[in-house]
Design a protein around this ligand. Structure first.
Ligand SMILES: [Zn+2]
Length: 288
């Protein structure tokens, strides 16, 4: 179909993208693990759908993104309940969107870093979790989670005593389905990465959610060498004021031979795995 420039073309494009997201999310086989790196602009939001139907949401962008992007995204996928919600750390670009999500959905449990932060958003979120009487679990390194459909789910960070700075104490998860592993890093920085590498063996992961939106304060070469990811997914907003991703990080990832995918360029990025191999699709990459 030939489309002329103008609002109609824009509308058609939007419809196509929305349809594509639904199709991709549903194209997976029943035995597949599907991980969605939802494009929430500058922030993080990752939805995990396991082969047995368990649903885990790690962060939900800021409050606006939660309301306008994450909740509609979950609705389109037909999700009715979240088994687990993970708050990696209390910054607004991660937890703000959890308020509309938790208002809209029943949640089995909340897993959190447990750091003290005094913003209104954080207080509102904690109050909401209390009001809805959602079981609240503290994440600490060495912890193992039971997530139906996954072969392993480990908490690698934070660790006591906590490090300086909210970012460094982000919840870091290592998830494995068959032979495919994911490393979700929140906004950790070099100090947390170093501690994970020196105080224990950092498990390898095919897919790395690059820490802190591609900031040069994270993604050290030691950490990359240990994790040795094949895919590096950066969640960030186009034209953000932090200049993420930083050139040094992109160079390090290139040197480590990790394929970089960015939500500011590709839109929502979906990884589908049968436990033996995986495929990665960006919502804009598949359009002509
Ligand atoms: Zn962040």
């Amino acid at each position: 179909m030939f489309l002329r420039e103008g609002p109609k073309k824009h509308l058609y494009y939007l419809l196509l993208v929305v349809g594509l997201i639904c199709t991709l999310g549903q194209a997976a086989q029943a035995s597949d693990l599907v991980v969605h790196f939802i494009d929430v602009g500058q922030g993080d939001s990752i939805l995990i759908q396991t082969p047995t139907g368990a649903t885990v949401l790690v962060d939900a962008g800021d409050t606006k993104a939660g309301r306008q992007v994450v909740v509609p995204y979950l609705r389109k996928l037909g999700i009715q309940h979240l088994d687990m919600v993970v708050m990696t750390h209390p910054h607004f670009d991660h937890i703000g969107g959890l308020i509309p999500v938790i208002e809209a959905y029943s949640v089995g449990q909340v897993l959190a870093d447990g750091q003290i932060h005094t913003t209104r958003t954080y207080e509102d979120l904690l109050r909401l979790i209390l009001e809805k009487e959602i079981p609240f679990k503290l994440a600490r390194a060495g912890g193992e989670l039971t997530i139906s459909g996954l072969d392993e789910a480990l908490v690698l960070n934070p660790k006591e005593p906590l490090l300086k700075g909210l970012n460094n104490n982000s919840v870091v998860l290592w998830l494995r389905y068959g032979q495919v592993a994911f490393l979700l890093t929140g906004d950790i920085e070099a100090e947390a990465e170093e501690r994970m590498c020196t105080q224990g063996k950092l498990p390898q992961a095919e897919i790395l959610k690059v820490a802190h939106h591609g900031s040069s304060t994270s993604t050290t070469s030691t950490f990359l060498w240990a994790a040795s990811p094949k895919e590096a997914i950066i969640s960030l907003g186009a034209g953000n004021t932090y200049n993420h991703p930083h050139a040094e990080t992109l160079r390090s990832l290139d040197k480590a031979k990790a394929k970089v995918r960015r939500t500011d360029l590709a839109g929502t990025i979906i990884v589908i795995s049968d436990g033996l191999s995986y495929r990665v699709v960006g919502e804009r990459e598949t359009l002509p």
